[in-house]
Design a protein around this ligand. Structure first.
Ligand code: NAP
Length: 493
């Protein structure tokens, strides 16, 4: 069976220890492929290649903006050419329904095109400055940070990789990239596309392997100028600690437990549908899942009934058959989610639908969990406080706006939030009060290449996407010019 290799300094190479790891199809439990299992030594070789690329050969760093934009467009065109294959890979590897993978691939292609456009857009500022030294003018120049390490999770394998890679290479950095070992296959295919497009050797390097070996080596290396990470808050904390040695720049996109506040005066059928998206999209394995649903008491009963009916009716199966919901990514993730469901029951939440693994017939070997709705939840319950990362939501009834806002903010996280109401002023009041980086009004979960993405509090540091996304990968140099060169006369008496 296929063994997927590292891509270091423009060559596909096997890891030094000769070890490999299975990649499992979560719908069937079967082995899809093997990946080479890299060591610290392999990771250091990739970092050295990126360092040579950035500081010595400078092939990518010195490529001018228009040519870099052309390269990003070429990558986007190749992704477009292979889009069906890329979508199929993510569905087989991750389990998500094919149409959701197709959406991810389309977003990823547009992300490259967006940053290609941004490279050639005007940038920087000029300043009329007032200096005691005479007639001066100042302006800014954006420069690449240098060697950038990037580490991603498994829930949107291709898309999370592209959210990092597109702006980092647009800004002319050299990259060392580590995907999640759970779902690395679409990233491997993306690096084949980089090679086909002609990215200079050493400018983009891929290292396959565990977080403990590869990820930790990237985050702690003194030769890495910046590390950007998407994943759990716990690992994000260890990345931050690792980055201290050389005070490297960091970007952290971490976990969440986002609130969805549904007021009496909303369009209830619309709110139910969006709550389905907010809870069950991508099998609920979404950092911004709005899985704490606060419902005002006037519509609480009707909302729960309608949501449960829809959740119960969801089709479940292999992602390739395009069901409403596919398997969870792995057996361990499934067991974690089932553990939270048991915790919910034991702490007194009322199970309204779902709450179990599917094991009959076609489901026997896969990791399928029936969409689950809990009602009557309270703030102190574990299922309300902790990120479950599975198809499970907790409904909490409320009376007043103030009460809902207070409960919504009662969390260590601050990634996203949603509010459903037909009262515009109320929507904006709640928007201002919720301490989160993304706030949806009468919708849930959309992301846009043009708009910033990232969290408050323990959901992260920095922003991806939009103009903010490329600025994260740039250093800003302030340049001041003396408009009257010649003798200054400062020390003349
Ligand atoms: P995770 O366990 O934190 O792993 C994320 C990545 O970090 C993987 O590549 C992992 O490698 C690596 N890693 C693990 N330990 C490491 C260490 N000590 N040093 C460096 N790297 C290390 O997260 P996950 O289970 O893959 O993904 C789910 C989490 O991601 C959720 O918490 C979710 O909210 C978050 N997420 C956030 C966003 C956002 O935009 N804020 C988006 C998507 C997901 P291996 O697993 O290969 O060992």
């Amino acid at each position: 069976m296929d063994l997927k290799l590292n891509y270091i300094d423009g060559k596909w190479t096997e890891a030094s220890g000769g070890n490999k790891r299975e990649v499992i199809n979560p719908a069937t439990g079967e082995i899809l492929a093997y990946t080479t299992e890299s060591t610290e030594e392999d990771t250091r070789a990739a970092i050295a290649a990126a360092k040579r690329s950035f500081y010595k050969t400078r092939d990518w760093r010195d490529t001018d903006g228009q040519d870099r934009a052309d390269m990003l467009l070429k990558i986007a065109d190749l992704m477009d050419k292979y889009k069906d294959e890329l979508a199929r890979i993510d569905t087989l590897d991750n389990g998500k329904p094919l149409r959701e993978s197709e959406g991810d691939v389309s977003d990823a292609i547009h992300c490259f095109r967006y940053y290609a456009g941004l490279i050639t857009a005007p940038s920087g500022h000029t300043y009329e400055v007032n200096s005691g030294f005479g007639n001066m003018h100042a302006f800014t120049v954006a420069e690449p940070v240098g060697v950038v390490g990037q580490i991603t999770p498994w829930n949107y394998p291709l898309l999370m990789a592209v959210w990092k890679l597109a702006p980092a290479i647009a800004a002319a950095n050299s990259v060392v990239f580590k995907p999640s070992s759970n779902c690395p296959l679409s990233t491997v295919r993306l690096f084949e596309i980089f090679e086909e497009a002609g990215m200079p050797k050493g400018s983009v390097n891929l290292v396959l392997g565990s977080g403990g070996a590869v990820g930790h080596t990237i985050a702690s290396s003194a030769d890495v100028d910046m590390v950007t990470f998407t994943g759990s808050t716990k690992v994000g904390q260890s990345i931050m600690a690792d980055a201290v040695g050389n005070l490297k720049k960091i970007g952290l996109e971490l976990g969440g437990k986002s609130p969805n506040i549904v007021f009496d005066d909303c369009d209830i059928d619309g709110a139910v549908e969006w709550a389905m998206v907010g809870t069950f999209f991508n099998q609920g394995q979404v950092c911004s899942a709005c899985a704490r649903i606060y419902v005002q008491e006037g519509i609480h009963e009707e909302f729960v009934k309608k949501l449960a009916a829809k959740a119960n009716a969801m089709t479940i199966g292999s992602g390739l058959d395009n069901p409403d919901i596919g398997p969870l990514v792995s057996e361990s993730q499934m067991n974690k989610v089932l553990g939270y469901i048991e915790k919910g029951k034991s702490e007194g939440a009322k199970l309204v639908c779902g709450g179990y693994r599917l094991t009959d017939g076609e489901y026997a070997k896969g990791f399928f969990v029936k969409p689950t709705v809990f009602d009557g939840c309270t703030q102190d319950m574990t299922i309300v406080r902790e990120e479950i990362f599975g198809p499970v939501c907790s409904i909490i009834p409320f009376k007043t706006e103030e009460e809902a806002v207070a409960m919504a903010n009662d969390t260590q996280y601050g990634l996203a939030g949603a509010v459903f109401t037909n009262d515009g002023a109320k929507a904006l009041r709640v928007m201002k009060e919720i301490r989160a980086g993304i706030l949806w009004i009468n919708c849930c979960e959309p992301t846009f290449n043009q708009a910033p993405w990232g969290g408050y509090k323990m959901s992260g540091i920095g922003r991806e996407l939009g103009t903010y996304g490329i600025e994260e990968y740039q250093e800003i140099k302030q340049v001041s010019v003396n408009l009257n060169p010649g003798v200054l006369g400062w020390y003349e008496h």
